[in-house]
Design a protein around this ligand. Structure first.
Ligand SMILES: Cc1cc2nc3c(=O)[nH]c(=O)nc-3n(C[C@H](O)[C@H](O)[C@H](O)COP(=O)(O)OP(=O)(O)OC[C@H]3O[C@@H](n4cnc5c(N)ncnc54)[C@H](O)[C@@H]3O)c2cc1C
Length: 551
């Protein structure tokens, strides 16, 4: 068991944020006994909670104590609504409450970053090193021995079969491995998930677990970092608050502060520490340490909307999981999971789908489709999961979520005040670019086409949302604007690169400062067309080699 921090002690590395990237760093950096590492995590250490371990427990994680529960400012193109953004607040971070899908985008995503050392060819070894694929053979695109276990979900619903038949009937391509970069990412199939024997795999249950056995790792939970401390241009430690008391963690000579708070918290903490656009810092009364215009800019997320239809038979996943009219799990479903790691409790809901180009001349797919063999009672993404988990009122249905997986719109994050406990101003600017709207309009059409195929005849009864009265481009656009939600791919706010807008260099060092790196999803110049947890793990694996000077 890792030790707690000793007040006043200095560590070789202080890792701020024990989330996805923080856990990977904690593991890799403590492999050498000479390195002492302290992880500061604002959330609790309860990453073994049953709702985290059991994949379907995802229904109860949103808006819980494991969630930072952010909200954007009122979004101009989204019906003037604030949009809910879930983020993990627990050891393991967002890997503890994400949907577990294991997709990493296409090779072109990394080549388009244009950052020395981060081309597809150069990041691929780190994907392989981290991946423990339990179904697909090791090879150019997959690893078998990595800490992050991956498998196909061990549950099939009859609606999955109908979905695949419908895709074929609609003339859509198939894909049996979305991470095989030797061919197009396009097609529909089953996503692999970060699971092992039907249990959720997180950065804490994999990387941190093995690191916790080492004496050179200390972990402080419920320790909220409030400021990076500097001596001139050199980071020397981190100020944090635990149990209402201000504390300081220092770094040793030659040590580093490693910021792993994620794409919302890392830029916020940099700003609170005086690193960011000077005029903004001055306006908020924060003394300027380094004028860096890019901090908090370039914020990106994937926009999503859903199409949901009723199904006339009790064959949805919720019918398999819950007793009718109750939030109680069926004993048969619980036993299947407990004894065999199989059955409906192993599903995050959205583990089938794929990627499509909505225009033939696009270089890569702009649309991701996720098929849920269940009825989202409301069209608002992960909030709908929470509503299902709480209500006990399950009707049978199918939901197709369509996602702009390579979004063009950009937003920003700023401080509301210099109070480290006040949530920042988050503007995603969903649908600011017409291309993103076009992708979703086409996505809704494709979802409707799939659900209208022969295979669903006699099963799908009627569309509930957008609903039959929503037809024609204008009306669909109106639906999109009123129901767009986050597909949980927030990134880009401490962009890596060489330009004036970059915050970190290609070694993830904060520009113009010493002994300080950012290692998390905020450094991505743009969102790869997929989900971000495996990319975060890759970034941290690569960062560990840089820090230890192996790369
Ligand atoms: C609802 C949801 C669904 C998702 N679905 C998928 C999916 O299916 N597949 C996929 O690959 N990705 C998915 N993602 C995205 C992916 O999980 C995240 O992008 C990734 O895990 C982020 O990693 P990170 O290390 O950047 O940040 P995080 O994992 O969020 O870690 C940041 C950590 O820092 C801590 N922290 C923050 N501020 C402070 C502070 N001031 N002091 C101390 N600690 C602090 C946080 O509590 C947290 O533990 C999803 C995300 C969400 C939220």
């Amino acid at each position: 068991m890792a030790a707690a921090a000793v007040s006043g002690e200095a560590y070789k590395y202080v890792v701020v944020g024990g989330g996805t990237c923080g856990c990977v760093l904690a593991d890799r950096l403590t492999e050498d006994k000479a390195n002492s590492v302290l992880v500061l995590e604002a959330g609790t250490g309860k990453h073994r909670d049953k709702n985290i371990k059991v994949p379907v427990g995802i229904l109860r994680l949103f808006r819980s104590a494991f969630d930072w529960q952010y909200e954007t400012e009122r979004e101009e193109h989204a019906g003037d609504r604030g949009i809910y953004l879930a983020r993990g607040k627990v050891l393991g971070g967002s890997s503890c409450l994400n949907a577990m899908l294991y997709t990493r985008g296409a090779s072109a995503d990394y080549n388009s970053w244009g950052v020395k050392g981060w081309s597809a060819e150069e990041v691929l070894p780190y994907f392989r090193r981290s991946e423990g694929n339990r179904n697909l053979p090791a090879g150019d695109y997959h690893g078998k021995d990595g800490a992050y276990s991956v498998e196909f979900v061990r549950y099939k619903n009859p609606l999955h079969k109908l979905f695949h038949e419908a895709c074929l009937q609609a003339g859509l391509p198939t894909n049996d491995d979305f991470n095989n970069w030797s061919r197009s990412q396009e097609g529909l199939g089953a996503f692999q998930c970060a699971q092992k024997f039907g249990r959720r795999v997180t950065a804490a249950s994999s990387y941190l677990k093995r690191a916790m056995k080492r004496k050179n790792l200390a972990i402080e939970t419920q320790a909220h970092a409030t400021r990076v401390l500097f001596d001139g241009d050199k980071a020397i430690g981190v100020e944090y608050v635990k149990d209402g008391e201000k504390q300081v963690a220092k770094i040793q000579q030659g040590g580093e502060v490693l910021m792993c708070g994620g794409a919302i918290n890392s830029p916020q903490l940099l700003l609170l520490s005086g690193v960011g656009p000077a005029d903004h810092l001055q306006a908020k009364g924060v003394p300027v340490v380094k004028d860096l215009q890019g901090v908090g800019a370039n914020l990106q997320d994937q926009p999503a909307v859903t199409v949901m239809s009723d199904v006339g038979k009790p064959i949805s996943i919720t019918d398999d999981i819950f007793k009718k009219g109750s939030t109680k799990v069926r004993p048969s479903a619980a036993l299947k999971w407990l004894l065999f790691g199989r059955g409906p409790l192993t599903s995050p809901g959205c583990d089938h789908g794929g990627f499509l180009k909505t225009k033939a001349d696009l270089p890569e797919a702009d649309l991701q489709i996720r098929f849920v063999p269940g009825r989202a009672e409301t069209p608002d993404g992960v909030q709908a999961y929470r509503n299902i988990g709480d209500s006990g009122q399950f009707n049978s249905g199918v939901t197709v979520q369509v996602i702009g997986c390579r979004p063009k719109s950009r937003g920003h994050l700023k401080l509301k005040s210099s109070d480290p406990f006040e949530k920042p101003e988050i503007v995603v600017n969903y649908l600011d670019e017409q291309e993103d709207v076009r992708t979703l309009v086409r996505g809704v059409e494709i979802a409707r086409t799939i659900l209208a195929q022969d295979s669903f005849k006699g099963t799908v009864t009627k569309e509930v949302f957008p609903g039959p009265s929503t037809s024609g481009e204008q009306s669909v656009q109106q639906y999109i604007s009123s129901s767009v939600h986050s597909a949980n791919a927030i990134a880009g706010t401490c962009k890596m690169g060489e330009g004036d807008d970059a915050v970190v260099d290609n070694n993830l060092r904060v520009k113009g400062l010493k002994s300080l790196r950012v290692v998390d999803t905020s450094v991505m110049p743009s969102v790869p067309g997929g989900q971000l947890a495996s990319v975060a793990v890759m970034i941290a694996e690569k960062a560990a080699d840089m820090i230890l000077q192996k790369a």
